[in-house]
Design a protein around this ligand. Structure first.
Ligand SMILES: [Ca+2]
Ligand SMILES: [Ca+2]
Ligand SMILES: [Ca+2]
Length: 387
């Protein structure tokens, strides 16, 4: 661990922030653009519970509006984004896009908290509920991932579960089968990496009927792995104690530091001990933590993602928050040596921000930030520094 920390420090110190990059103040933030805003079922402004970025479009799951949206990036992304609004999804929590029927157009799958996963196949995008997702007792599907094995869903309550769904005719909702792979508490993220299914789980004790399950043993980061016989095993990478906070959205990837390759997980940990857990393995056996203090003046941490904002090729860390207090930020970043220089992205005035994604939305050579606020809708913030 000491060697890794030294390696990180060495690389960070020898890589100055791009001269054209501007560190903005909390009062100002970056220019904000609206991608999609829906009216919720109470007539109020509707944000989204998750935003997911693809090559030239953004998916968002709008729980309060009971909709999933697919917004196409226009030539000028500061102009309105043409949006396909999909109904029949109920309490939409998460959506993914994958071409299921082989026509070259990505179809859309939505995880819904009212005990269903819904598929919308091109070209009509009519909703078809995957009947195998309608469990007894009911469960709340929170997360989806398209993997080498098929569709993996994660749910909470009922009790929660991690399940694999497969179908030879996936546009037919009745054709899918479900195989439970593991119990779950409150899945926040599911990702395939290196032949495994990696999960972040809040693991809260669930109110469920008829059986209540104390899922605290699932709190943290773990992976599921299939052996040669087809059986699935469950390995805890890093348990997160209640005294540490809640594991939130997880990002898993590989990166190179000082010429060495690492596999790493990064996740925000919410209250009480708000922190960033950068869990890595590489030059030493096993997994270990690289805790990083998050940006000051934010609400409760929700997401953190490695993303190069400064243009030097070295990932910076971008954060979102919920429970944002007056004068606090909802989106901010840490850049520079050892992630110590704070960059304001949203400015104050946001309420509850969810997942984030990085992409050069406007093509100016710098990564921008796409996210959603509960009241302002699906947004992107322009990184206007010139490369
Ligand atoms: Ca398709
Ligand atoms: Ca950078
Ligand atoms: Ca840009």
């Amino acid at each position: 661990m000491i060697r890794l920390l030294a390696a990180l420090a060495l690389v960070s110190c020898t890589a100055p922030i791009g001269a054209a990059f501007t560190v903005s103040a909390l009062e100002t933030g970056w220019p904000r653009h609206v991608i999609t805003v829906l009216t919720d079922t109470n007539g109020g402004p509707g944000g989204a519970d998750g935003v997911f970025l693809y090559d030239d479009f953004v998916l968002a799951a709008h729980e309060q509006a009971r909709r999933t949206t697919r917004s196409q990036r226009p030539a000028d992304p500061a102009q309105p984004w043409p949006t396909l609004v999909l109904s029949g999804v109920g309490l939409a929590e998460h959506a993914i896009a994958v071409d299921l029927n082989g026509d070259g157009v990505r179809d859309i799958l939505t995880a819904s908290e009212d005990n269903r996963i819904v598929v919308h196949c091109s070209p009509a995008f009519a909703p078809a509920t995957i009947t195998a997702s309608q469990t007894t007792p009911a469960t709340r599907w929170m997360q989806l991932a398209w993997t080498s094995w098929g569709l993996v869903g994660g749910s909470r309550t009922g009790p929660g579960q991690i399940a694999l769904f497969v179908s030879a005719t996936p546009c037919d909702g009745a054709s899918w089968s479900r195989q439970k792979l593991d119990d779950a508490g409150w899945p926040m993220s599911i990702a395939e990496h290196d032949g495994r299914i990696v999960i972040s789980d809040k693991g809260q004790i669930q109110i469920c009927n008829p059986t209540c399950v104390n899922s605290s043993a699932k709190r943290g980061f773990r992976y599921l792995e299939q052996d040669a016989t087809g059986a699935w095993s469950n390995t805890m990478i890093r348990q997160v104690l209640t005294t540490e906070g809640d594991p939130r959205f997880l990002h898993v990837g590989e990166w190179r530091v000082d010429g060495l390759d690492f596999i790493g997980l990064v996740s925000a940990v919410g209250k009480p001990n708000a922190s960033t857990l950068y869990t890595a393995r590489g030059i030493v056996p096993g997994w270990f933590d690289l805790p990083i203090a998050p940006p000051a003046s934010m609400g409760e941490l929700q997401d953190v993602e490695p993303c190069d904002l400064t243009g030097d090729g070295i990932p910076d860390l971008v954060y979102t928050a919920t429970g944002i207090g007056e004068g606090e930020s909802g989106v901010a970043a840490l850049v520079g040596p050892d992630f110590t220089e704070r960059v304001e992205i949203s400015g104050p005035g946001l309420v509850k921000v969810d997942t984030l994604a990085c992409s050069d939305v406007d093509g100016n050579g710098r990564n921008d930030v796409v996210t959603t606020d509960e009241t302002l809708g699906v947004l992107w913030f322009a990184n206007e520094a010139t490369p």
